[in-house]
Design a protein around this ligand. Sequence first.
Ligand code: AMP
Length: 193
Amino acid sequence: MANAIQTVAVYCGSNNGYGESYKKSATDLGKVLAKRQINLVYGGTNKGLMGVLASSAFERGAHVTGIITDRLKAKGQVHPNLSTLETYPTMQSRKARMIELADACIMMPGGIGTLEEFMEVWTLNQLGETSKPLGVLNTDNYFGNLISFIDHMIEQRFLPSAHRNGIVVHSDPEELINLLIKFSPVTVKKWLD
Ligand code: AMP
């Protein structure tokens, strides 16, 4: 059965990364979201790829919700062009709200914040607390080493092999959204012993 995806949460770098390809990829993802009339939920800042993605989606008519902490807002890091802005007192409450609004979550290139936020949702899915379709936008194979490490977890029996299907991976935003629509949650239990 196809998943109805009206709103996507995107986790990505508050830096731009090296070269032009990551910025291009953020722009392209914003274009695809706007074209497909999918709402964007993200961290609310104008910094790095987060800002590039939000600008691209907003300029093309997508509804963009920024969800930021009071502290980051006070630092003046809110994106000037958002459809909706919500502020929360803590990173924890902010992340919970992003998950609550999202029909699916995407990670694109970023740093430890990006990884942590995406892994939190994967962990919640694994424990059966959520069942969000999860996608990795693998621009220029940025996540190749992470995917190898996930395979290592499976080989070393810290992750059941069926859970490799708990995320879909593609370098093209349009194809990634198509995979999220077809995504089936993993129902195999997480414990191997
Ligand atoms: P990083 O990948 O370490 O650059 O962190 C990016 C992730 O952390 C994003 O998905 C955001 O949710 C959060 N984050 C980091 N910096 C900011 C910021 N200036 N404003 C809002 N969220 C941020």
